[in-house]
Ligand binder design. Sequence first.
Ligand SMILES: *Cc1c(COP(=O)(O)O)cnc(C)c1O
Length: 558
Amino acid sequence: MDELNEFFKGKKIAYFSMEMGLQNEIPTYSGGLGILAGDVIRASADLGIPLVGVTLVSRKGHFAQHLDEKGRQSEDEQKWSPEDYIKLLPAEVTVRIQQRDVRVRAWLYEHKSLTEELIPVILLDTDVDGNSPEDRGITDYLYGGDSRYRLKQEIILGIGGAKMLDKLGLHMSKYHMNEGHSSLLTMELLRRNEMDPGRVKELCVFTTHTPVASGHDRFSYDLVRELIEGEQEIGALRKYGGEDELNMTVLALNLSDYINGVAKRHREISEKMFPGYKFRSITNGVHSYTWVCSHFRVLYDRHIPGWANEPELLVRVKNVPGDEIWDAHKNAKKELIDHVNMKKGIGMDHDTLTIGFARRMAEYKRPAFIFSDLKRLMKVNEAGKIQLIFAGKAHPADTRGKEIIEEIFGYIEDLKDTIKIAFLENYDMDLALKMVSGVDVWLNTPKRPFEASGTSGMKAAHNGVVNLSVPDGWWIEGCVAGVTGYSIGAGIDPDSSPEEIERIERDDLYNKLEYIIIPKYYDRRDEWIAIMRNSVEMIAYYFNCHRMMRRYVTEAYL
Ligand SMILES: *Cc1c(COP(=O)(O)O)cnc(C)c1O
């Protein structure tokens, strides 16, 4: 253990997240929340923040997506071999679940930054000899199974994770819960601190990401009693996590001194959803080096040395000649278009204005919004040719999300003689980077106010890709209309009916494309490149994970 102690020495902040996008080959993430957690690890390493990550090993991953010719999604396991990427630690703890001792082991992932700083991540695993077959599977599927399975996972993550840190001799000054999945860690901290909530609150930081009530994990006390024993524990859960049902968000809110939302608007929404709690906001950011494609890395290295570890320097992108920005973009676009043509054989063009949309296929994200009025879309395409690239997985239990993919496949077929459209399978970190750097316009059309922050648009801006988005989440802060990109339906009276809001947004989307974006892109290339440059200068320099982590350090951790 000596070598280990050396490795963990001085780590003060435990960062808990159910999902974590550590690298493309490790399928322990599902979407934005996990990518953000991975970016936290990467930025903390660059900055030398003494942090250790805690997540689940998710041996069978989230899922691999297959789409048939009609866009019907089926799912496969994403089994991976931990031993190929991570090291088993010589430490084990047990956690009581359903009156059984469940053995939990830990794997170590070592993230090393460009500056040679190391951040350890602990991946908890119940696939241990001696556990029942059922218990061995608790850490198999990310977001799989029913609520009993989910609660077991959250017991492992929260209680198992806190115990494991202790077992490894790590004495943490803060426990940061990235979303409520890990909030049972507060039970372990209460136990260690004579059930004193004041002491636990000092130790805990909670970040919420979900502006929809149904998005917060809740469990009935029948289920809780079945899985967690001890009158004292149940009493404490009732006291801090809700009288009638256990709400993981409420539990974290009641036992954290520092609570934040992930964008300014999201803070306001959260305060309305949970009156009586003081929320702050730290707007998300992305890890710049990870989310800049190779062509732009070379460009920035040449003109803005040091940018990777000091992304604020991207503010100096004015020094980069426009033709070099355009060339780097053309190269990134060629890579994407060639990839699409290789996968789909539809002969997409290298010079056509290309619009990208990729994220989890959930209804509130409105992935098919651009198809709301096909006549208008055709008119847009007559003003100047466009082509569209989509990607995204629907959660296996989300029938509406799956339907939306089928709808998009229907439009692809209907429009195939006029507008080339591709839907790529298996949206993951690699495909995300290809798309956010390879399209011309990054489209986002969520239903307000459900986009807590959103981060893919920040990735796009890092690569000079122009955002066209509904002003929700981070884009409210990032958009300077006509300067850093374009908004869809800005300034709508929030008291308008949902139908009215949608009508205005639809009109505005088509008008912006037809009358502003297409003419600028095809006829006034210099102006277009100016917007690309502004995206880097005014978005990337700020909406990055280094700025975000510095704020967590000074406002939440210290
Ligand atoms: C960045 C990213 C997301 C999050 O995208 P949003 O637009 O913020 O929803 C989801 N999935 C992957 C693979 C990503 O890289």
